[in-house]
Design a protein around this ligand. Structure first.
Ligand code: ZN
Length: 139
């Protein structure tokens, strides 16, 4: 049995400097529809979810100020892929397996993300430099 049985990709997230400009660009370029947009103050970011055909979503993520992880990401790397988010059925169970297997992670406990979703992040060291978000999907 695998440590973290793969679920569907919920979204990929792209860090951007200017959320309004980026939304307009993605709508123009891909014909995306802008869905949920909100400030996640605890993480110091504003996010917008763009809906593409099917279930595919792109999360655009922009810092609210100069502090915080996304601001540091932009300063260091510039705009680009920030994380990939995979769905899990039970986030506590998923985190328990991750911790038991000593997989590098950022959150030992779920936190509340955009839209009230229960999420957690694994460390990029776990997946070849890609930050992985896991998100509990309530069915
Ligand atoms: Zn995300």
């Amino acid at each position: 049995m695998s440590t973290l049985p793969a679920g569907e990709i919920d979204h990929i997230a792209i860090a951007v400097e200017d959320l309004d400009e980026a939304c307009a660009r993605y709508v123009q370029l891909l014909g995306a529809r802008v869905g949920l947009r909100e400030e996640v103050v605890a993480q110091g970011v504003e996010v917008a979810f763009l809906h593409l055909p099917g279930e595919t979503k792109i999360e655009l993520i922009s810092p609210l100020d100069d502090s915080g992880a996304v601001a540091r990401f932009l300063e260091k790397k510039g705009e680009g892929l920030h994380h990939v988010c995979m769905r899990v059925a039970d986030i506590e169970e998923a985190l328990e397996s991750v911790i038991d297997a000593e997989i590098p992670h950022i959150d030992p406990q779920p936190r509340i993300g955009a839209g009230g979703a229960r999420i957690a992040f694994l460390h990029p060291r776990a997946l070849g430099g890609v930050l992985l978000e896991i998100k509990e999907v309530v069915s």
